[in-house]
Design a protein around this ligand. Sequence first.
Ligand code: AMP
Length: 188
Amino acid sequence: MINLILFGPPGSGKGTQASTIVSKFGLTHISTGDLFRYEIGNSTPLGLKAKAYMDKGELVPDEVTIGMLENKLNSTPNDKGYIFDGFPRTIPQAEALDTLLDSRGTKITHLIALDVDDEEIVKRLLNRGKTSGRPDDQNEEVIRRRIVEYLDKTSPVYEFYEKTGLSQKIDGIGSLDEIFNRIYDALH
Ligand code: AMP
């Protein structure tokens, strides 16, 4: 079983790579950002709550995010494993994920961080914003806020899993195939 945390700042290519990994390994892709956007699209109370944070480039509170993640895990059992994309983004989320997996007799097997510098991220996200329809990709101030949230709250998650030897960093710049091959090597 592979339980991979695909890690890295917004715009580092996690979602794109996740699709390829899913098709090669038969894993279930869980993106908390996608789950929030689905809720927003359906104007649910959860979506409305999340939107207020997302529009500002801030993280949605842990209890909301963890509850949603748990529901998703319960509704999509997969013996082969999962790719967690955009989760965990805080230490309490990482602790909650470990507990959730532990209660299912499994655990995180890898954390792979895509390394991309800040200016490249801003450039990529503004470019993505032209077609993604995502409001948080269309405003440079919001993008920079997301990067600050990543540095403050999310990057410590790398060290959290590094203690147990699970964290690996790879170069996130290159063609889709080059980056996939680096991830593949890191998984083996
Ligand atoms: P993403 O699609 O992963 O870039 O996420 C878009 C936005 O959704 C983030 O900027 C946050 O506002 C929110 N979000 C997604 N995942 C999480 C998470 N694990 N914890 C808190 N907020 C999240």
